[in-house]
Design a protein around this ligand. Sequence first.
Ligand code: SF4
Ligand code: SF4
Length: 154
Amino acid sequence: MEESGLNFDLLKKCADCGACYDLCPSSLHIEGYDPRAVIKDILAGDFEKWTDSEHIWQCLECHHCVEICFQHYGFENAMTAMRKYATRSGKHPIQVKRGWDMFAKTGRLGEPNLGARKRLNLPEPAESGEEEFKKLFAIYKADKKTGTEEKNES
Ligand code: SF4
Ligand code: SF4
């Protein structure tokens, strides 16, 4: 189960905690989004059951659960791990693939809302986010290289 990216030690503590369940907006408003049931199944070794479920894509990544978590974990991290696992297994919704293809091609995650931009007096959006993406990626790679070098020196 290593390949799932789930942290079983932390999730065992979730089973006794549950503090984030009642403030999770998805849990409160989406039928079937049930952290308690997900964690129970994960700990029973049945996490694959949820990688086929639409519910793992309904986490809003609002970070409420991370903010209150005494382990600095948050149920969100379990959902993220399962989405990654589902994606690697080719079980992601078609919209995820479309979003990725668009990002790889244009550097954008969605089409700008031109009407809203006009109302807010915002300038015309760039044709593509490619240049900004390349700059950010270069910064990320430089940071990573520095981090690796510092680690090797210590
Ligand atoms: S990040 Fe996801 S799991 Fe955490 S509180 Fe928000 S919706 Fe719920
Ligand atoms: S993620 Fe944190 S707050 Fe939520 S149940 Fe687990 S230990 Fe508790």
